[in-house]
Design a protein around this ligand. Sequence first.
Ligand code: FMN
Length: 278
Amino acid sequence: MLSFSVDRQKCTCCGQCALDCIVKIIAMDDGYPAISAEKESSCIECQHCLAVCPTGAVSILGRNPEESFPLAGNFPSPEEMEILIKGRRSVRQYRDENVKPELIQRLLDVSCHAPTGVNSRQVLFTVVDDKKIMAELRRETMEGLARLSREGKLPHGREYFNDCVRAWEEEGVDTIYRGAPHLIVASAPHDCPTPEADCLIALAYFELFAQSLGVGTVWFGLAKWTFTELVPELRGKLGIPENHLIGYVMGFGMPEVLYHRTVQREPARVARVSWPEK
Ligand SMILES: Cc1cc2nc3c(=O)[nH]c(=O)nc-3n(C[C@H](O)[C@H](O)[C@H](O)COP(=O)(O)O)c2cc1C
């Protein structure tokens, strides 16, 4: 049940909701928007109808439009967005403390607004929210990798993990999780429309929002290989569902490092298309 309803006191019959509906199920038959019962199953639950209504007259899925954030004048400025994007850094020095649970929850609740293919919204965030559990994961990861390294069983192309094991055993340096107190794995069912992209986008949003709140993040390619190829039993221990694709892995925590300025990258690589004339 979509519970699509229109407050006729507020509705101006402008038709914006019908126009913006991707699946075109909103009809303006008697002047007011409505969705017929047989079309309800086509709804992808994107809530564009609620978002686009200029007067807040449309409710769907039981959502009260008055509980949405108003947007006019409330977006960050382009300059703020630019500084956030350019000022975000991979953080590899962390304070040995947990991020406050409320802050972690806020990060997750906002990150799940990232777009997903066909609005499937099936990304699962598996979170290590306690540094003690992270310490256990780190220990078992290093043990698993050390076993592979000792037995010469690291696959071709993954020899770098020998160095990770050496750094951990000889210097206590963690090059897999970078000493982060927390970990987040984004996964999604293999059979949803775009599982990998959904996970990557969700983590990209998580990262930017985290850094705007002073929480450091770093993408963990090495951990992803560890969970998917090298020590797959860790995946089970983390509780990642068997039918899920692991999109990516990220570490986070309160930074022990402060960056004072943006880095300066080369200009974007761009290939402009010129269509061959017939
Ligand atoms: C897909 C991906 C995987 C990464 N994996 C790791 C990793 O395993 N360990 C690590 O320390 N950094 C990792 N990084 C971080 C990159 O090294 C980093 O983004 C790059 O050096 C640029 O630095 P910046 O993020 O501070 O701009 C990864 C980044 C991406 C995008």
